[in-house]
Ligand binder design. Structure first.
Ligand SMILES: Cc1cc2nc3c(=O)[nH]c(=O)nc-3n(C[C@H](O)[C@H](O)[C@H](O)COP(=O)(O)OP(=O)(O)OC[C@H]3O[C@@H](n4cnc5c(N)ncnc54)[C@H](O)[C@@H]3O)c2cc1C
Length: 436
């Protein structure tokens, strides 16, 4: 495992981000002695830093990232902020665990909404809900199960007819779809740039400054290139590379997923992608694609997974273009201007790695594929845990954040590949049955 993820591609969102929230970046070039060092400037790290400022207004905080700002997974994501656990296809846990998950998502949304509005962060915040679509009988079954769960709780949604799907989403490829209100869509690179740029002055952000080693002590020492940072408290918010520093090795695995963004489209081409100027859809099939028609006149396609290794840009491009063409054969071109991959940390039972790891070392990891709201809320709670502040959401988080053991290699690879193959086979079987 490497200390950080040197991606083969850059985020398309970051490429199209212009504006004032850039320019807050610099590389570490001297030794430092501080109170708090946070490793990783994604949603988790940004949230820990902001809350620590409120709790320790007189202490210096350093936030480090190996990559330029918004080039980690935060700026590579698809920008869906779904705030109900029970409105997800992949429901993990039931009863109190699912309620806790929803509480976390809603706490993340409330806090982010407040920061975005008070700090005037421009990130195309769109409270427009989202669609769930299915293209297979397996997906239809998952979607129906989701609707039954929502019915049981009296939660709102709107089911789409075939005509609605064609007029709202511009595709005949999806057989079933429903729209749900509980989702805000954002431009993720703009959001993370804005969150980092508006941190209080007591935080110094260093980008392109990978931490390569932790020497434990009092204080701890982080090795960053030729420089050393001595910190009383170290907080790892570095997602997939947490095991490199000796934590979470048998609790989390790394999975990559991929996205493509088209060039700006003509009005005629945009009209073929449904009536509204922007919308977002996530798949009812666990391995299916996420799609977004964007206000910026582009189309986003997110699909595909790989275990541990990033696929080559050419391969990603070919796979995404093929899927895009299947869904939208009417488009004049299926070229993407940008394609990229992003790394995710996953646990077996879908809960995060959260809390104290050893003396004055804390960690937050394992977003389990969707982490904008979740890692924001958990980052805030982790700062409160460090400060010794108690509360119901924090005690629930400590109670439920118990990731299950994952076996080492080679059993790990066998198990992951077996599960991927099983999901793909299930989708194919249901497709065959549906067309028989
Ligand atoms: C293609 C794609 C689409 C996604 N879509 C969505 C979505 O629609 N909605 C959603 O909620 N989530 C989505 N996600 C997931 C989301 O991106 C993550 O859940 C979120 O970014 C996790 O936040 P984090 O702060 O834990 O980790 P990250 O955002 O990955 O931040 C960790 C940071 O740590 C840095 N780092 C790692 N090692 C080191 C080191 N040694 N030294 C210094 N820095 C280091 C990394 O460079 C990185 O910037 C998507 C992810 C991808 C890849």
């Amino acid at each position: 495992m490497q200390a950080y993820t040197p991606y083969a591609t850059t985020s398309g969102w970051n490429q199209i981000t212009k504006g004032s929230d850039r320019g807050h970046e610099r590389k570490l070039s001297s030794d430092l002695r501080i109170k708090f060092a946070i490793v990783g400037a994604g949603f988790a790290g940004a949230a820990v830093a902001r809350r620590l400022c409120e709790l320790y207004p007189d202490d210096e905080i350093v936030l480090l990232d190996a990559l330029p700002a918004a080039e980690g997974s935060a700026g590579r994501s698809s920008g869906f902020m779904l705030d109900r656990a029970d409105a997800k296809i992949d429901v993990r846990g039931a009863g109190p665990e699912s309620d806790w998950h929803t509480d976390i998502l809603q706490a993340g949304r409330a806090w982010l909404e407040d920061i975005v509005s008070t700090q005037h962060i421009r990130c195309d915040w769109r409270d427009i809900g989202h669609y769930k679509t299915s293209t297979t009988a397996l997906g239809a079954k998952e979607l129906n199960a989701l609707l039954a769960r929502l019915d049981a709780k009296g939660l709102p949604y709107r089911q789409l007819s075939g005509d609605n799907i064609r007029s709202e989403l511009g595709t005949s490829h999806c057989t079933n779809a429903a729209w749900f209100p509980n989702c805000v869509l954002i431009q993720p690179a703009e959001l993370i740039h804005g969150l980092l740029a508006t941190l209080p002055a007591q935080v110094t952000l260093y980008t392109e400054s990978p931490v390569r080693r932790l020497d434990k002590g009092a204080p701890h020492t982080l090795i960053v290139g030729q420089n050393k940072i001595q910190a009383d408290i170290v907080i790892f918010c570095n997602n997939v590379t947490l095991p490199f520093f000796g934590y979470g090795k048998y609790r989390q695995i790394t999975v990559y997923t991929y996205a493509g963004m088209t060039p700006e489209l003509t009005t005629e081409e945009l009209d073929k992608l449904g009536q509204a100027s922007d919308w977002g859809a996530t798949p009812a099939e666990r391995l299916g694609p996420t799609t977004r028609k964007l206000n910026s006149r582009r189309f986003l396609f997110r699909a595909g997974f790989s275990y541990k290794k990033e696929l080559s840009p050419d391969h990603i491009n070919a796979v995404l273009r093929d899927m895009y063409a299947k869904r939208y054969p009417q488009m004049r071109s299926h070229q993407f201007e940008y394609t990229w991959g992003g790394a995710l940390s996953m646990t077996r039972n879908g809960v995060p790695i959260f809390g104290r790891m050893s003396e004055n070392v804390y960690a937050l990891s394992a977003c389990n594929a969707s982490g904008i709201l979740k890692m924001t809320a958990l980052g805030k709670l982790l700062a409160e845990e460090i400060a010794g502040i108690s509360g119901r959401l924090l005690s629930d988080t400590l109670q439920f954040s118990k990731p299950l053991w994952i076996p080492p290699e080679p059993i790990r690879s066998l198990a992951v590949n077996y599960n991927f193959a099983k999901l793909k086979r299930k989708m194919r079987e249901k497709e065959t049955k549906a067309s028989a």
